[in-house]
Design a protein around this ligand. Sequence first.
Ligand code: URA
Length: 233
Amino acid sequence: MKLVKHIANLGYGSRKDVQWMFREGRITNAAGEVLYADDPLDHDDVRIDGDALDPPPGLLLMLHKPVNTTCSTKDRGRVVFDLLPPRYRLRSPALSTVGRLDRDTSGLLLLTDDGQLLHRIIAPKSRLPKVYLATLAGDLRGDEAAAFASGTLMLEGEQTPLLPAELEVLGPRSARLTLHEGRYHQVRRMFAALGNHVDALHRERVGGLTLGALPAGEWRMLGDADRAQLFAS
Ligand code: URA
Protein backbone atom coordinates (compact mmCIF):
# COMPACT_ATOMS: atom_id res chain seq x y z
CA MET A 1 0.00 0.00 0.00
CA LYS A 2 1.16 3.53 -0.76
CA LEU A 3 2.31 5.56 2.20
CA VAL A 4 -0.21 8.32 1.45
CA LYS A 5 -3.12 5.87 1.50
CA HIS A 6 -1.89 4.21 4.68
CA ILE A 7 -1.72 7.56 6.48
CA ALA A 8 -5.15 8.62 5.19
CA ASN A 9 -6.56 5.27 6.35
CA LEU A 10 -5.27 5.95 9.85
CA GLY A 11 -7.61 8.97 9.95
CA TYR A 12 -5.05 11.78 9.54
CA GLY A 13 -7.11 13.28 6.70
CA SER A 14 -8.30 12.64 3.16
CA ARG A 15 -5.71 11.53 0.64
CA LYS A 16 -5.66 15.12 -0.59
CA ASP A 17 -5.03 16.42 2.94
CA VAL A 18 -2.22 13.92 3.38
CA GLN A 19 -0.69 14.88 0.01
CA TRP A 20 -0.48 18.42 1.37
CA MET A 21 1.16 17.20 4.55
CA PHE A 22 3.84 15.57 2.38
CA ARG A 23 4.28 18.76 0.36
CA GLU A 24 4.66 20.78 3.53
CA GLY A 25 7.44 18.43 4.66
CA ARG A 26 5.54 17.43 7.79
CA ILE A 27 5.97 13.72 7.13
CA THR A 28 9.47 12.43 7.81
CA ASN A 29 11.26 9.28 8.85
CA ALA A 30 12.62 8.78 12.36
CA ALA A 31 15.88 10.43 11.30
CA GLY A 32 13.98 13.58 10.30
CA GLU A 33 14.36 13.11 6.52
CA VAL A 34 11.35 14.29 4.54
CA LEU A 35 9.32 11.46 3.03
CA TYR A 36 7.32 11.46 -0.22
CA ALA A 37 3.84 10.13 -0.88
CA ASP A 38 5.04 7.16 -2.93
CA ASP A 39 7.90 6.15 -0.65
CA PRO A 40 7.77 2.53 0.56
CA LEU A 41 5.66 1.95 3.62
CA ASP A 42 7.57 1.37 6.85
CA HIS A 43 4.96 2.17 9.49
CA ASP A 44 7.29 2.28 12.51
CA ASP A 45 9.74 4.65 10.83
CA VAL A 46 7.20 7.35 9.87
CA ARG A 47 6.76 10.58 11.85
CA ILE A 48 4.15 13.30 11.40
CA ASP A 49 5.30 16.60 12.86
CA GLY A 50 7.85 14.47 14.72
CA ASP A 51 5.28 12.11 16.26
CA ALA A 52 5.08 8.38 15.59
CA LEU A 53 2.00 7.19 13.68
CA ASP A 54 -1.05 5.81 15.45
CA PRO A 55 -0.98 2.00 15.59
CA PRO A 56 -1.58 0.18 12.29
CA PRO A 57 -4.76 -1.84 11.64
CA GLY A 58 -5.31 -4.81 13.93
CA LEU A 59 -6.41 -2.80 16.97
CA LEU A 60 -8.15 -4.29 19.95
CA LEU A 61 -8.90 -1.99 22.84
CA MET A 62 -10.99 -2.00 25.97
CA LEU A 63 -13.06 0.92 27.13
CA HIS A 64 -14.63 1.39 30.54
CA LYS A 65 -17.94 2.59 29.19
CA PRO A 66 -19.70 5.06 31.47
CA VAL A 67 -23.49 5.27 31.60
CA ASN A 68 -25.15 7.81 29.30
CA THR A 69 -23.06 6.94 26.26
CA THR A 70 -24.24 4.85 23.32
CA CYS A 71 -22.37 2.39 21.15
CA SER A 72 -23.93 3.73 17.96
CA THR A 73 -21.87 5.93 15.65
CA LYS A 74 -24.99 7.78 14.54
CA ASP A 75 -26.49 8.78 17.87
CA ARG A 76 -26.75 12.52 18.39
CA GLY A 77 -25.89 12.25 22.08
CA ARG A 78 -22.63 11.15 23.68
CA VAL A 79 -21.21 8.10 21.90
CA VAL A 80 -18.40 5.83 23.01
CA PHE A 81 -16.23 7.05 20.12
CA ASP A 82 -16.17 10.49 21.77
CA LEU A 83 -14.02 8.91 24.47
CA LEU A 84 -11.32 7.84 22.00
CA PRO A 85 -8.85 9.99 20.06
CA PRO A 86 -10.89 11.78 17.32
CA ARG A 87 -8.78 10.20 14.54
CA TYR A 88 -9.89 6.72 15.60
CA ARG A 89 -13.38 7.42 14.32
CA LEU A 90 -12.00 8.09 10.83
CA ARG A 91 -9.88 4.97 10.46
CA SER A 92 -10.25 2.44 7.67
CA PRO A 93 -10.82 -0.41 8.34
CA ALA A 94 -13.31 1.06 10.77
CA LEU A 95 -13.11 0.53 14.50
CA SER A 96 -16.33 -1.12 15.74
CA THR A 97 -17.66 -2.04 19.12
CA VAL A 98 -17.68 -5.77 19.80
CA GLY A 99 -21.39 -6.14 20.40
CA ARG A 100 -23.12 -3.37 22.28
CA LEU A 101 -23.91 -2.18 25.75
CA ASP A 102 -27.08 -0.17 26.37
CA ARG A 103 -26.86 3.55 27.04
CA ASP A 104 -27.57 2.89 30.72
CA THR A 105 -25.07 0.03 31.05
CA SER A 106 -21.51 0.71 32.20
CA GLY A 107 -18.46 -1.50 32.06
CA LEU A 108 -16.14 -3.42 29.81
CA LEU A 109 -16.60 -2.76 26.11
CA LEU A 110 -14.18 -4.08 23.49
CA LEU A 111 -13.54 -2.32 20.19
CA THR A 112 -11.64 -3.68 17.21
CA ASP A 113 -11.01 -3.06 13.52
CA ASP A 114 -10.30 -6.75 12.94
CA GLY A 115 -13.42 -8.38 11.49
CA GLN A 116 -12.20 -11.92 12.08
CA LEU A 117 -11.38 -11.22 15.69
CA LEU A 118 -14.74 -9.53 16.21
CA HIS A 119 -16.48 -12.57 14.78
CA ARG A 120 -14.42 -14.90 16.96
CA ILE A 121 -15.47 -12.99 20.08
CA ILE A 122 -19.18 -12.71 19.34
CA ALA A 123 -19.77 -15.96 17.41
CA PRO A 124 -22.33 -18.01 19.35
CA LYS A 125 -20.07 -21.04 19.25
CA SER A 126 -17.26 -19.22 21.05
CA ARG A 127 -19.56 -18.96 24.10
CA LEU A 128 -17.23 -16.46 25.74
CA PRO A 129 -18.63 -15.69 29.19
CA LYS A 130 -19.84 -12.15 29.82
CA VAL A 131 -20.26 -11.25 33.46
CA TYR A 132 -22.70 -8.55 34.62
CA LEU A 133 -23.48 -6.98 37.96
CA ALA A 134 -27.16 -6.12 38.16
CA THR A 135 -28.89 -3.92 40.71
CA LEU A 136 -32.60 -4.65 40.81
CA ALA A 137 -35.68 -2.60 41.58
CA GLY A 138 -37.34 -5.42 43.49
CA ASP A 139 -36.14 -8.16 45.85
CA LEU A 140 -34.98 -11.41 44.28
CA ARG A 141 -37.60 -14.14 44.67
CA GLY A 142 -35.18 -17.01 45.11
CA ASP A 143 -36.08 -18.97 41.96
CA GLU A 144 -34.05 -16.85 39.53
CA ALA A 145 -30.82 -18.90 39.61
CA ALA A 146 -32.70 -22.10 38.75
CA ALA A 147 -34.72 -20.40 36.00
CA PHE A 148 -31.60 -18.88 34.40
CA ALA A 149 -29.66 -22.14 34.65
CA SER A 150 -32.47 -24.22 33.17
CA GLY A 151 -31.72 -23.69 29.49
CA THR A 152 -35.46 -23.45 28.90
CA LEU A 153 -36.17 -19.79 29.70
CA MET A 154 -37.75 -18.09 26.71
CA LEU A 155 -37.61 -14.33 26.17
CA GLU A 156 -40.65 -12.56 24.82
CA GLY A 157 -40.81 -12.60 21.02
CA GLU A 158 -38.03 -15.20 20.64
CA GLN A 159 -38.17 -18.74 19.22
CA THR A 160 -35.21 -20.37 20.97
CA PRO A 161 -34.66 -20.72 24.71
CA LEU A 162 -31.72 -19.03 26.39
CA LEU A 163 -28.55 -20.95 27.01
CA PRO A 164 -28.02 -21.78 30.68
CA ALA A 165 -26.68 -18.78 32.61
CA GLU A 166 -25.23 -18.62 36.12
CA LEU A 167 -26.63 -16.30 38.77
CA GLU A 168 -24.80 -15.49 41.99
CA VAL A 169 -26.93 -13.66 44.53
CA LEU A 170 -24.97 -10.85 46.18
CA GLY A 171 -27.75 -9.20 48.17
CA PRO A 172 -31.55 -8.91 48.22
CA ARG A 173 -31.44 -6.68 45.14
CA SER A 174 -28.09 -7.38 43.58
CA ALA A 175 -26.66 -10.27 41.62
CA ARG A 176 -23.82 -11.30 39.34
CA LEU A 177 -24.98 -12.95 36.13
CA THR A 178 -22.76 -14.87 33.70
CA LEU A 179 -24.03 -15.23 30.14
CA HIS A 180 -22.62 -17.32 27.30
CA GLU A 181 -24.43 -15.57 24.47
CA GLY A 182 -25.45 -12.00 23.70
CA ARG A 183 -29.03 -11.27 22.82
CA TYR A 184 -30.62 -7.85 22.58
CA HIS A 185 -31.03 -6.27 26.06
CA GLN A 186 -30.54 -9.78 27.37
CA VAL A 187 -29.96 -9.14 31.07
CA ARG A 188 -32.78 -6.62 31.37
CA ARG A 189 -35.16 -8.93 29.52
CA MET A 190 -34.16 -11.94 31.62
CA PHE A 191 -35.04 -10.18 34.86
CA ALA A 192 -38.18 -8.72 33.27
CA ALA A 193 -39.23 -12.27 32.33
CA LEU A 194 -39.21 -13.05 36.07
CA GLY A 195 -41.14 -9.94 37.06
CA ASN A 196 -38.21 -7.78 38.16
CA HIS A 197 -36.54 -4.67 36.73
CA VAL A 198 -32.84 -3.87 36.33
CA ASP A 199 -32.06 -0.45 37.81
CA ALA A 200 -28.32 -0.50 37.10
CA LEU A 201 -26.14 -2.79 35.03
CA HIS A 202 -22.37 -3.06 34.81
CA ARG A 203 -20.31 -5.52 32.75
CA GLU A 204 -17.26 -6.57 34.71
CA ARG A 205 -15.80 -9.29 32.51
CA VAL A 206 -15.65 -10.57 28.91
CA GLY A 207 -13.92 -13.94 28.53
CA GLY A 208 -10.93 -13.77 30.86
CA LEU A 209 -10.61 -9.97 30.67
CA THR A 210 -11.63 -7.56 33.39
CA LEU A 211 -11.35 -3.78 33.58
CA GLY A 212 -8.81 -3.91 36.40
CA ALA A 213 -8.22 -0.38 37.69
CA LEU A 214 -9.31 1.32 34.46
CA PRO A 215 -11.52 4.30 35.50
CA ALA A 216 -14.89 4.98 33.84
CA GLY A 217 -14.44 6.84 30.55
CA GLU A 218 -10.87 5.60 30.06
CA TRP A 219 -9.56 3.09 27.54
CA ARG A 220 -6.43 1.08 26.90
CA MET A 221 -4.93 -0.76 23.96
CA LEU A 222 -4.82 -4.54 24.34
CA GLY A 223 -1.74 -6.56 23.43
CA ASP A 224 -0.99 -10.22 22.83
CA ALA A 225 -1.15 -11.15 26.53
CA ASP A 226 -4.60 -9.52 26.86
CA ARG A 227 -5.80 -11.36 23.75
CA ALA A 228 -4.66 -14.66 25.18
CA GLN A 229 -6.41 -13.82 28.43
CA LEU A 230 -9.62 -12.92 26.57
CA PHE A 231 -9.90 -16.43 25.17
CA ALA A 232 -8.54 -18.19 28.27
CA SER A 233 -11.80 -18.42 30.16
N1 URA B 1 -27.90 -7.01 28.64
C1 URA B 1 -28.62 -5.87 28.71
O1 URA B 1 -29.80 -5.89 29.01
N2 URA B 1 -28.00 -4.70 28.45
C2 URA B 1 -26.71 -4.60 28.14
O2 URA B 1 -26.21 -3.50 27.93
C3 URA B 1 -25.97 -5.78 28.08
C4 URA B 1 -26.58 -6.98 28.33
